[in-house]
Design a protein around this ligand. Sequence first.
Ligand SMILES: CC(C)(COP(=O)(O)OP(=O)(O)OC[C@H]1O[C@@H](n2cnc3c(N)ncnc32)[C@H](O)[C@@H]1OP(=O)(O)O)[C@@H](O)C(=O)NCCC(=O)NCCS
Length: 423
Amino acid sequence: MDLTQRTFRAVSDRVEDNPQFVAWWESVMLGFLAPSPQEMTVEWVLRESVGDNWLQRGCYDTSLPAEALSAEHPVGTFVSFDKSINVGGAVIPAHLITDVTVRPSHRRRGVLRRMMVDDLAEAHEKGHALAALTVTEATIYGRFGFGPATFVQSVRLNTSTRFGLRTPSTGRVELTSQDQMGRVGAEIFERHQAITPGAVGRGVLYAEHRSGIFDPRASDRNRSVRNALHFDDDGRPDGLVCYDVREEGGHYVLTVRDLVAVGTPAYLGLWEFLAGIDRVEQIDWPLAPIEDPLRWALVDQRAYEVTGIKDHLWLRILDPVAALSARRYSCPDQVFTLAVTDDLGLANGTYRIDVADGRAEVTRSADEPDATVGVEELGSIYLGGVPVRQLHVARRIGASDEAADRLGHLLGGVRRPYCNTDF
Ligand SMILES: CC(C)(COP(=O)(O)OP(=O)(O)OC[C@H]1O[C@@H](n2cnc3c(N)ncnc32)[C@H](O)[C@@H]1OP(=O)(O)O)[C@@H](O)C(=O)NCCC(=O)NCCS
């Protein structure tokens, strides 16, 4: 095996200008056990790559036999690009990672490690406070300093006669076309992100995909997707839902593909609309918030069933000073000294966190730390989505009981972070 790593950006959104991208994307599909992509899908993904300014990374094996898949097809793929994240009181840049694959013939020989270590070092060098990804398996990324930071739950709502809100919703909901949703989706999401800790900025084609305008797997429009908007009392769209409906055993089941609300009235209004669709008796949504106002707004709580909980967003702190000074704090003024360990040598050090009026001044310190955390654990507790206490009793935080409680008060007490962006 003779490996070289290359990075490149698409030179235009025309497939014929980007042979390197075409081979690279075919390798991504191979890695995800997906069919070889059709031409229209490659064009669409290329448009996404250009629009979101992806940095494609490929590991190429120059020692492949002539009969093997061409040497222009990388044996390892990796994308990173810049978006934003709401860290609680502020929206800051985030280094996002996706499309990580290694060809089965080259697995477990350090290809992923090589791409990841280089990419994180470059993101650190560029001054990013944090990196983020979502995972297919929970055992891969902790070793690179990522910790699960936000969670979602799959919910099943019984919308037969059992559904009813304690207080009627406000505003109005109207059906809209896929194309109209493609136009307004991004703006509604941006307003949602501004008020939602944990929300990660979406790719340029996100609304096109969710609304059904283009389904990259089918390489076609997805005509089963329906779309609706919630309008506030001034007639401004402040919520969206994309869904499809299928018949199952004599009744209809509705699956939510995307639901974004700028505040609770829009959120509950969209649910009331969905639940009111005649002949639909069940609604499934795999990306509901853990702290879900819907459950508490229902007349009959048991119409709301949680069918699963899973980690969603994983964070990797690259610069503790930048990350910890960016978010806001709801604790009383205090000073805490936190030591961070990091096998990749990017975030380690001891940091003095001086909180006053909800903001922290964070500086490197030579003081004895109150607590020591691995960078993986810091990623989990940073947004307040994982209680410090839980990690402490699991022996993943080095601190006395008293110091762990103080750290928990420092980072917690905030709204549960929630991310409904897939990437
Ligand atoms: C997951 C995948 C990218 C790993 O690539 P790889 O080149 O085999 O990984 P590496 O050899 O660089 O391994 C790096 C480390 O991760 C560990 N690791 C890799 N894959 C793992 C897995 N699936 N589960 C647990 N540990 C894993 C290795 O043991 C190694 O540990 P070490 O460095 O501490 O010894 C590859 O198996 C793959 O493409 N899988 C299918 C697509 C996929 O699931 N991608 C992830 C999307 S989130």
